[in-house]
Write a protein that binds this ligand. Structure first.
Ligand code: GRF
Length: 202
């Protein structure tokens, strides 16, 4: 029987709230006709791993230590291929992917970032937005290429910055939108007709 459901692989390093949001969206049919095929963590005690396992999702840990960057990415690619994934979602995966990996899964790797790219790429999207003094920030789902927080954008959501915000309060407001647009973006990538012109999804 040909496989009809799309298979989603998720890479995490930490708490895994975006991973759970994608699992919820699959369960609720907001990402239709799909399964979470595999969650990979490079950190053995990532809280997200326990949460995924509690949902009955297949999990593996692939420790990046003691391997070259490409060796680690090749190990992940082998596991993702074995799980026959159609799309790879980075969900708080705290390592850059090698050009080898992004090329191998070209057009099939998504990332969620807590700012309105191209503003505030890097590790501290909410903190950097606060210190810059912007009045609005947000989050971005984009295709991953070989550059940091860079590929074509599928979805963005805008979040206001309040004068009494802390990094934590702003991050929490952004996170609610992350969970919403990540599921929408995955559904769009898997099930809509789209093309990329230049950097733009059409
Ligand atoms: C999120 O803010 C995401 O935008 C960023 O890393 C954080 C991961 O959080 N890439 P979680 O592990 O999904 O809860």
């Amino acid at each position: 029987m040909p496989e009809t459901k799309k298979r989603i692989g998720i890479l995490i390093s930490g708490r895994g709230s975006n991973m759970l949001a994608l699992a919820d969206a699959v369960r609720d049919g907001r990402i239709p006709d799909a399964d979470i095929a595999l969650v990979i963590s490079n950190v053995a005690d990532a809280a997200g791993l326990t949460k995924a396992a509690a949902r009955g999702i297949a999990i593996i840990t692939l420790d990046h230590r003691g391997k070259t960057h490409e060796q680690h990415d090749q190990a992940m690619a082998a596991a993702l291929r074995e799980a026959r994934v159609d799309v790879v979602c980075l969900a708080g995966y705290m390592r850059l992917l090698s050009p080898w990996f992004t090329n191998e899964f070209k057009g099939r790797v998504l990332n969620i970032h807590p700012s309105l790219l191209p503003a505030f790429p890097g590790l501290h999207g909410a903190r950097d937005a606060l210190s810059y003094g912007v009045k609005f920030t947000g989050c971005t789902v984009h295709l991953v290429d070989e550059h940091l927080d860079h590929g074509p954008i599928l979805k963005q959501a805008v979040v206001p910055v309040f004068s009494n915000d802390t990094e934590d309060s702003l991050s929490a407001r952004i996170l609610v939108e992350e969970h919403r647009i990540y599921a929408e973006a995955v559904a769009m990538l898997l099930h809509s007709d789209w093309r990329i012109e230049g950097r733009s999804f059409k």
